[in-house]
Write a protein of this length. Structure first.
Length: 255
């Protein structure tokens, strides 16, 4: 039983699964983790002693490979994740995998809140994007390359997203690609992609953004600050919807 005390209110929170069953079976753990845990999301982080901690320390603990996070049952709309220490008898593959996953998540988390690097992009149609002319707009940016199968597989999902927000003038969908202009134009004939595509950007992605796994998605706010960095399109979409919801709320309050 886990007792969480916050703002003079106590909540008894229990894991939504049996920890002991998970740590001895890699596939059972991975299935659980994939369905329940989103490390890029906004959640209440709790350590192994049932104390609320910051997300930085939570993710840093996971990078050791000695803990796994479990989601706790809750009656409110918030998500609570707690650290559980793996036993010596646990499947060794679990620790290795959570370590690798968490190192990437922690790296992305540390990028949030920083200014996006200076840029001067020209897309396939000759349109130019800079830090200056995109001020006051949300930039949804995808990093990819033609031969990356996961990158291409999410095109339909992202095309729907662009269509959903096509009437919003304060959102720009941009993608940076490794490949040449001609190679991308030929590729798009069979695989349409609705983002504005910037060719020949491998150097910028690796030297300026320091990313080496693809696809990678960024959400950059109207002030040029990175709000989210993730590898999965659905996680990016959830954050974008949250940002837009908050923006709409602020507008209503001001009115």
């Amino acid at each position: 039983m886990i007792l969480i005390t916050c703002s003079e209110k106590s909540k008894i929170l229990l894991p939504n699964t049996n920890f002991k069953d998970l740590e001895i079976n890699y596939m059972e753990w991975w299935t659980y983790h994939s369905k329940n845990i989103v490390l890029s999301s906004d959640f209440i982080p709790i350590d192994q002693n049932s104390k609320i901690i910051d997300k930085d320390n939570f993710l840093k603990s996971l990078t050791t490979g000695t803990f796994i996070p479990l989601k706790l049952k809750s009656t409110d709309s918030l998500s609570y994740y707690q650290l559980f220490k793996l036993d010596k008898t646990a499947d060794k593959s679990i620790g290795k995998t959570i370590k690798n996953v968490s190192i990437k998540s922690y790296k992305h988390f540390k990028m949030e809140g920083a200014k996006f690097p200076d840029f001067n992009f020209t897309d396939l149609n000759g349109s130019i994007y800079t830090n200056e002319n995109t001020k006051g707009k949300i930039i949804v940016l995808k990093c990819w390359f033609i031969s990356c199968k996961p990158c291409v597989a999410e095109f339909p999902e992202l095309n729907k997203l662009v269509k959903k927000y096509q009437n919003r003038k304060d959102i720009i969908f941009i993608s940076l690609a490794f490949d040449s202009k001609k190679a991308i134009q030929d590729f798009l004939i069979k695989k349409p992609f609705s983002y504005d595509i910037i060719p020949n950007q491998k150097e910028f992605m690796e030297d300026k953004l320091k990313i080496y796994s693809y696809p990678t998605h960024f959400i950059i706010d109207k002030k040029g600050v990175v709000q989210k960095v993730v590898n999965k399109a659905d996680e990016m979409t959830l954050k974008l919807e949250s940002i837009l919801k908050n923006l709409n709320h602020d507008i209503i309050v001001q009115i």
